[in-house]
Design a protein around this ligand. Structure first.
Ligand code: AP5
Length: 183
């Protein structure tokens, strides 16, 4: 199975859930920029203070801040596959990480796009109830996804890396679809 992956998709599509399962079963390092940022917020670090208000509005944290986090994490990995969940979030982030991946001789092997209707995404997030899971913030996150993140679909299609997975159905059903496209 492929060892260096990106998970792409709208908020609430199940990126974190599926990434976690796959990383456990394949011994990949799960690098979720959302989780890494939330840890900084919980720790009350300067970085967390800078990110918190932006996250609570459902907007994107600055590229420079997120790139610094991702670069540190990737450089620290030794001979282990990885799965980037929630990064890149725009074309600028995708282009900015390329030189590091080339320097490390670790090209991306596949980009998994999880696809789901807005009505189901919204329902899942409202049920979860994270700090940024209220109706108006969710709608803003969906808008930010459409404007800034969705252009990555074309970007990775052009690089022949994109595989799409329907994300409706049970967690197990989606997990087996993900494995199927990565084999
Ligand atoms: P991030 O944490 O990445 O949030 P997101 O993309 O909005 O995605 P979610 O975590 O909401 O959803 P998910 O697709 O992971 O779904 P999940 O598995 O949790 O980012 C949060 C914020 O951080 C951003 O808004 C931004 O401010 C900042 N940020 C992060 N990365 C950034 C970057 N690169 N650049 C700039 N800013 C960045 O599932 C959702 C719910 O559904 C869960 O409760 C789950 O249990 C449930 N569920 C999952 N699968 C199923 C299923 N099959 N059936 C039923 N329920 C399911």
């Amino acid at each position: 199975m492929k060892q260096r992956l990106l998970f792409l998709g709208p908020p609430g599509a199940g990126k974190g859930t599926q990434a976690s399962l796959l990383c456990k079963s394949q011994d990949l390092r799960h690098l979720s920029t959302g989780d890494l940022l939330r840890s900084e917020v919980s720790a009350g670090s300067e970085l967390g203070k800078e990110a918190e208000a932006v996250m609570n509005r459902g907007e994107l944290v600055s590229d420079s801040l997120v790139l610094a986090i991702v670069k540190t994490q990737l450089k620290a990995l030794k001979n282990q596959g990885w799965l980037l969940d929630g990064f890149p979030r725009n074309v600028a982030q995708a282009k900015a990480i390329d030189p590091l991946l080339q320097e490390l001789s670790q090209p991306i092997e596949a980009v998994v796009l999880l696809e789901l209707d807005d009505s189901v995404l919204i329902e899942r997030m409202l049920l979860r109830g994270r700090a940024d899971d209220n109706k108006s913030v969710i709608l803003n996150r969906l808008e930010v996804y459409r404007e800034q993140t969705a252009p990555l679909i074309r970007h990775y299609e052009n690089l022949n890396l994109l595989v799409s997975v329907k994300a409706q159905g049970s967690v197990e059903t989606v997990a087996s679809r993900v494995k199927e496209v990565l084999n």
